[in-house]
Design a protein around this ligand. Structure first.
Ligand code: NAP
Length: 344
């Protein structure tokens, strides 16, 4: 029987999500990969136990996480029921709707029909009565923003979600969402979940000024660029079938030669070493250097990775020289720090 560490809140720090009442751990755990039906269930379970033992109170899911889609929610629900049910009130569980879940015109994007049906399915898969956070997973170019936001508000009013959030919305789409919700007295947008790491900095000028202005939190997903910012790719070789080459960081990978990638990643690794950290630890700490970022949302495939990443909280400070060196490396990496680049 799982018994959590009694001192689980001693090391982790918690940051308030904007001006809301909710606080998140500096590092949150996402279940996009390594928690699906194809994965080793006992490994997933061990990671969730260790995460909770180390003060991670926030677990992030989405309807489509697996594979197969839905299976990460099912597995999380099984582990929650077996081991964590007594601690439900210590947890912030989020899920999302936006990507393809079922055939036909109502199985993805942002219609009221899809959002409400998807939330009901997710509640059943996870066996919970409510989600702490429910997100619109991506902006829908064809559904009026009002409809998507009204659906989120309905979920909050029905008690199926405590807070509403959006993910991967641009700064302008986020500002519009906040204003529309305010005008209608709908559930506020408490948090935004964007892609953010040392290789993808668009949110610094496009989104963070807006979230700060409106008092919303930010949970930065993939602070390790889906594994690129770890010691796995220091030689610059990125398999074309790897996650790093096919999903979020794919553009950065495609725009750089093996030699450029080797130079940039090993340059960052040298800075990390001087700080006494692994590249992964420095990348997570860096994503949290701005207090406007509430939490870094990581993934992991083993307890060892999780522990390595959690050790980040021992050194979160950066000297101006370190930040400058990282920025120089970023400039070398072709990332324009001052205006919109192509990293999104
Ligand atoms: P990430 O933290 O950037 O990358 C995690 C991957 O890096 C791990 O799966 C592992 O790869 C590798 N890794 C982690 N720690 C390591 C270490 N210490 N040493 C070596 N390798 C290490 O994040 P991500 O998995 O791409 O995404 C994290 C979460 O963000 C997701 O689970 C999800 O909750 C959220 N997310 C949201 C969206 C959205 O649209 N809202 C999109 C993407 C992700 P291996 O598995 O290969 O070992």
């Amino acid at each position: 029987m799982y018994v959590p560490e009694i001192n689980r809140y001693d090391t982790m720090q918690y940051r308030r999500s904007g001006r809301s009442g909710i606080q998140l751990p500096l590092i949150s755990l996402g279940l996009w990969h390594n928690f699906g039906g194809v994965d080793n269930f006992e490994n997933s379970r061990a990671m969730l136990h260790r995460a909770f033992d180390l003060g991670i109170t926030h677990f992030d899911l989405a309807n489509n996480y697996g594979p197969p889609p839905g299976s990460a929610e099912e597995n999380f629900g099984r582990i929650l029921a077996a081991d964590l049910a007594a601690y439900r009130d210590e947890l912030i569980i989020s899920t999302k709707a936006g990507y393809l879940m079922w055939p036909g015109p109502y199985g993805e994007w942002g219609s009221r029909k899809y959002i409400i049906a998807s939330c009901d399915q997710s509640l059943k898969r996870m066996g919970v009565e409510y989600f702490d956070l429910f997100y619109s997973h991506r902006p829908d170019p064809n559904t009026p923003l009002e409809e998507t936001l009204a659906a989120l508000d309905t979920l909050v009013k029905q008690g199926k979600a405590l807070y509403a959030g959006v993910s991967s919305y641009t700064g302008a789409q986020f500002s519009d969402s906040v204003r529309i919700a305010q005008q209608h007295d709908w559930a506020p947008i408490t948090i935004h979940q964007p892609y953010y790491n040392m290789l993808a900095r668009t949110i610094e000028w496009d989104l963070l000024p807006q979230t700060e202005r409106f008092g919303a939190g930010v949970i930065a997903f993939a602070p390790l660029a889906s594994g690129l910012l770890t010691d796995k790719f220091l030689n610059g070789e990125v398999s074309p079938t790897s996650r790093a080459a096919t999903i979020w960081p794919r553009q950065w990978v495609a725009e750089h030669s093996v030699e450029e990638r080797r130079r940039i990643l090993s340059g960052l690794n040298d800075i990390a070493k001087q700080r006494g950290q692994s590249l992964a630890q420095m990348a997570i700490a860096w994503s949290l250097r701005n207090p406007a970022v509430t939490s870094a949302l990581i993934g992991a495939s083993s307890v060892a990775q999780l522990e390595d990443n959690l050790a980040t909280v021992r050194n979160l400070k950066f000297s101006p020289e370190e930040l400058e060196a990282i920025d120089s490396d970023a400039v070398e990496a072709g990332i324009n720090l001052w205006k919109k680049s192509s990293d999104s």
